[in-house]
Structures are given as structure tokens and as C-alpha cells.
Design a binder for this molecule. Structure first.
Ligand code: MSP
Length: 533
């Protein structure tokens, strides 16, 4: 199987993390875990973007040096990812010496190859985007189209990357390779952007001191976006780990939000082409989360903090914190198809928790294990010869792994999860119909045992398939099932083959994983009119 390399954008250290940031990283984590489950050699990278004028200013406001500032903030990101169960293989900071070396070397190479030369650049600069805009891209009142904040007129003598020369090359590449940019809407947007003409790009700054010095002109620093993109090469060892570099480049999938798609799918491949390196395999540009239809922003005060959301869910339900974190992961990936915009609401999270996780998934465990404990001495009963509804359950359990894999493996999380929920739905219906409790009453314990075996086997398969999305909860389910082989050692397709549940294993019943949250209907407040009457 081909090695698999997945990246998140590296996050600016001037912001507090919100659900938008968490989303890219959760999606990357899910795909990384899925590929590992499928047996691939995976490298999953995230990190922090630490240079640039914005961070320089932020540190100044705080009265500390930019280095002190970034040293203070970067660990917060590391801690956030730890709490969210992110299985990163590396965390890169752009202020690390290993990155500075790579950035300077590639910049030098582009210069020597004539792709970069000196010029004058004038334009409107948005410090929050760290990007130039043309007059017609700006909103009324000269506001940045993304941040809706005033842009700054910047005129400097600096180095230009001759992006315009690569216009035809990148256009043909995107036309020829439909999979290169996903989803389709983003691919079309990039095609029209390129057809509108690519302008040369200022790739150094004279006035910005907090950056990596241009190796052949140390009065200038390298434009933060250009060096930030290079982190993807640094981390796999472009300069210091050639074997690993060759294994993972260019089989890389960059996950990004659609606001930064053009940097990844236009500028980055052109720069790589200029220095003679291959383009990434794919850029996946997902949609944006809004809150009540509005962009999240500090000024509006509608920032959604993932940790606060999870804590609220854990407190309302009594679930373990890591299980609540899983529910948050699940809700984000299940609610909105990857690639589309979505509106976040806590109510949707609670609904997913109750309906999908408590009712469909958790309940399957709660309905079976007590019977195993009471009637089978706490040991997984033996499967019997198939009867009646058994075939339908087995059929679903045999179809779903491949169907879910085809979706999740191509970033269609919503549909992949719907497939797994189809199996859970069939299993819940099966136990209702096959009614092991009636078989017990009728004095047919072997049949009751077989029904429980089948139900738990379907649950085992669903649990394996859910590890990429619910890493903590699935481990707890596995523990309750008492299966001796570690969950982390399970590999597809073997682990999803019917019959893998070992009869005789001793279950370890525990507290319900997803205790339902009672949602009371909102109290009715009489309108003023009613009150007056
Ligand atoms: N530092 C650059 C990336 C450099 S990569 C070489 C950057 N950082 S960021 O911290 O501003 O944003 C990181 C990611 O968060 C981007 O993918 C962005 O699209 C995503 N999101 C920020 N707000 C978002 C939402 N409201 N919704 C979904 N994702 C959003 O850009």
C-alpha cells in the first residue's frame, strides 16, 4: 500500500483556537487513523506558523519579544491537540532551526534558478491574511474580503516570485488532474482565478523584521506564506532525512480551509515547480463554520472554543471527558459534508450525542452485555447455525466495511459514517426482532446466545470502523467486550471479517459510555401581549 502523508495548515500563534481550527485537524486526524487502520505507512503533520507582521505586532502589544510570545503560545496548541486525541506524528514550529535551514535553501535555489528577482511591489496588504489584494478584490471602504478590516498600502523594494510565468503550467495541471483540488467547487474557483491572470508575488519583506532572513540579502525577510508552506517539506526531512522524504513526498494530501486554498493549490505547486520539486498529490479545501450564520470573530464575541464545548457536553451528560471529545469530533464530521459550509450549534451536538451515540451505538452494548452477564456467566456465547434474520445482519456487516472505507478514505466522512450507522441500525433492529429474551424464556439458551453473539459481532465490526472518529470511546467499548487482542492492533480488512469475535471472552461491563442528556423543552415565556391580556 502506498505511504500516506497528510498535513493540516500550520496555525498562527496570534489567535485563540476555535472550532474552525479544530475542524481541519480533526479531519486530518480521522483520515490518518483510517489509513493506519487500513495498514498504510502514515505521516501526519501539524504545527504552528510563527513569523510575520501580525505576530510581530501582537508580541509588541504584549510587551514581549516575538520569540517569547511564540514560545508561550505554541505549547497551547500542542496541549489542545493532546486533549482532542490528535495522533500527530510531528508538530512543527517555523521558528525551529530545521525549518529555517530548509526555507533559506529553497529560497536560494529559486533565486539561482531565476524564478525570484528584485523588483518593486506595491499593493494593499491585509496583515491578518498576510496577503496582498488588488483594488478590485477589496470590499467597499478598502476592507479585506476575508477579515473585513482595513488593508494597508505597502510599497517596498523586495524580491518577486515570477508566478505569472507558471500560469499555463498550473492551469494545465489542474485541468488534467481532476483529483488535484477537491472539492469540485474549489477546483472551479481556482481555475477561474488562474484564467483571470496570475500576478507576480512579493516573496520578501523589507519592513518585517520577524521572519527568516533572505540568505543573499539579510536586510529582507522571507514572506511568511512562502516559508510557511515549506514546513511540509521540512518535517518529513527534506534536508536531513532523505529516506523518509522520498517515502512521503509527493504522496501528500494538504487539508486546508477554502480561504487558504489558493496558497496551497496555486502558489505552492508553482514554487515547487520553480525549484524542480514535484507538486503535492492533493489539496482538499473544506468549508467554513459559522455561528448563527455569522463568521466567528473576537469582536463579535461568537468564538466557539472546542474545549468549552466538550466540557459543557461532558458536564451535562456525565460522560467521560474523552468520550465527550469523541462526540464533538463525530458531530463535526457527521453534520456537514466535508467541503461544504456549515452552521455550528450546541443543540446539534447534543442531538447527535443522544440520537446517534447514546441510542444507536451505546445502547447496543447496554442491551446485550447485561444478558451476557446474567445468562452466560459473563462470557461471549458461541455463534450458532444461522437462522431467520441472522443472514440480513451478516450481509450488512459484510457490506458496510468496504462501503464505509470507500467514503472515509476519500474524505467523505458524512457518508462513510452514515454507512456505519446503517450497520448499527440493522443490528438494533435485529436484536428487537430476534429477541434473545424471548428465546431465553422459551428455554432456548443456545439460540439466545447466538443472537447475542451476532449482535455483538456487528457491534465489534462497527467499533473497529469507528476508531478513527471515536478513538477514546471505541477503546472503552472494546474493553467492555473483553476482546483480548488490542484494538490498536486491528487492521482492515481482516478485522472487519465476520466471525472475529472470540466466543468465551470475558466481558467487562462498565457504566454507560454515552449517558443521555435530558433536554427539557424551553420554558414558555409569555409574550408581552399575552402578559398584558
Ligand atoms: N498560518 C496559515 C496557514 C499556513 S499553512 C502553510 C493560516 N492559519 S490560521 O490559523 O489562520 O488558519 C488555519 C486553518 O483554520 C485554515 O485552514 C482555515 O481555513 C481554518 N479556519 C479558520 N476559521 C475557520 C472556520 N470558521 N471554519 C472552518 N475552518 C476555518 O491560515
Amino acid at each position: 500500500m502506498e505511504p500516506f502523508y497528510v498535513t493540516t495548515p500550520i496555525y498562527y500563534v496570534n489567535d485563540v483556537p476555535h472550532i474552525g481550527h479544530a475542524y481541519t485537524t480533526l479531519a486530518a486526524d480521522t483520515i490518518a487513523r483510517w489509513k493506519r487502520l487500513a495498514g498504510a505507512d502514515v505521516f501526519f503533520l501539524t504545527g504552528t506558523d510563527e513569523h510575520g507582521v501580525n505576530i510581530e505586532r501582537k508580541a509588541r502589544e504584549d510587551g514581549v519579544s516575538p520569540q517569547e510570545w511564540t514560545d508561550r503560545i505554541a505549547p497551547r496548541w500542542v496541549a489542545l491537540w493532546k486533549r482532542l486525541g490528535i495522533s500527530k506524528d510531528d508538530f512543527i514550529r517555523t521558528t525551529e532551526p530545521r525549518h529555517i535551514r530548509v526555507a533559506q535553501q529553497l529560497f536560494q535555489l529559486a533565486y539561482e534558478r531565476g524564478a525570484i528577482d528584485k523588483g518593486t511591489y506595491e499593493g494593499w496588504y491585509c496583515p491578518s491574511c498576510e496577503a496582498f489584494y488588488t483594488e478590485d478584490e477589496l470590499l467597499e471602504g478598502r476592507l479585506c474580503p476575508i477579515h473585513k478590516r482595513p488593508v494597508e498600502w505597502t510599497a517596498e523594494e523586495n524580491y518577486l516570485f515570477r508566478l505569472s510565468r507558471y500560469q499555463d503550467w498550473i492551469l494545465h495541471k489542474i485541468e488534467r488532474e481532476p483529483e488535484f483540488i477537491q472539492p469540485e467547487s474549489q477546483r472551479n474557483e481556482m481555475l477561474s482565478l488562474i484564467r483571470g491572470g496570475l500576478r507576480d508575488l512579493a516573496v520578501s519583506r523589507l519592513s518585517v523584521k520577524w521572519g527568516i532572513p533572505v540568505p543573499f540579502d539579510p536586510a529582507q525577510t522571507i514572506y511568511v506564506w512562502i516559508e510557511a508552506l515549506m514546513n511540509y517539506l521540512t518535517a518529513i526531512g527534506y534536508l536531513d532525512h532523505p529516506e523518509r522524504y522520498r517515502r512521503f513526498w509527493p504522496t501528500v494530501h494538504h487539508l486546508v480551509g477554502r480561504d487558504i486554498n489558493r496558497f496551497h493549490s496555486v502558489i505552492w505547486p508553482c514554487f515547487l515547480e520553480a525549484v524542480g520539486l514535484p507538486s503535492p498529490r492533493q489539496v482538499w479545501a473544506h468549508g467554513f463554520w459559522t455561528v448563527d450564520g455569522e463568521k466567528m470573530s473576537k469582536t463579535r464575541g461568537n468564538f466557539i472554543d472546542p474545549i468549552a464545548e466538550i466540557t459543557r457536553l461532558a458536564e451535562a451528560s456525565g460522560a467521560q471527558w474523552d468520550v465527550a471529545a469523541d462526540a464533538f469530533r463525530y458531530a463535526l464530521l457527521r453534520e456537514v459534508p466535508f467541503g461544504q459550509d456549515g452552521d455550528y450549534s450546541h443543540a446539534a451536538l447534543v442531538h447527535r450525542f443522544n440520537a446517534d451515540l447514546a441510542n444507536d451505538f451505546g445502547n447496543l452494548l447496554n442491551r446485550t452485555l447485561p444478558l451476557v452477564a446474567r445468562h452466560f456467566d459473563g462470557q461471549i456465547p458461541a455463534p450458532g447455525a444461522p437462522e431467520g434474520p441472522d443472514g440480513g445482519l451478516r450481509k450488512a456487516a459484510e457490506e458496510v466495511p468496504a462501503a464505509a472505507g470507500a467514503r472515509i478514505g476519500t474524505f467523505e466522512f458524512t457518508r462513510g459514517l452514515a454507512e456505519i450507522w446503517r450497520l448499527l441500525g440493522v443490528a438494533n433492529k435485529y436484536i428487537d426482532e430476534a429477541a434473545p429474551w424471548s428465546a431465553l424464556k422459551a428455554g432456548k439458551p443456545a439460540r439466545a446466545g447466538a443472537i447475542l453473539y451476532n449482535t455483538l459481532e456487528a457491534l465489534r465490526i462497527a467499533t473497529v470502523l469507528l476508531t478513527p472518529v471515536l478513538p477514546a470511546a471505541t477503546q472503552r467499548v472494546w474493553d467492555q467486550l473483553g476482546i483480548p487482542a488490542p484494538l490498536s492492533a486491528q487492521r482492515l480488512p481482516d478485522a472487519s471479517r465476520w466471525g472475529g469475535l472470540p466466543a468465551g471472552a470475558r466481558i467487562r461491563q462498565g457504566a454507560p459510555l454515552f449517558p443521555r442528556i435530558e433536554t427539557r423543552p424551553a420554558a414558555r415565556i409569555p409574550s408581552t401581549k399575552e402578559g398584558a391580556e
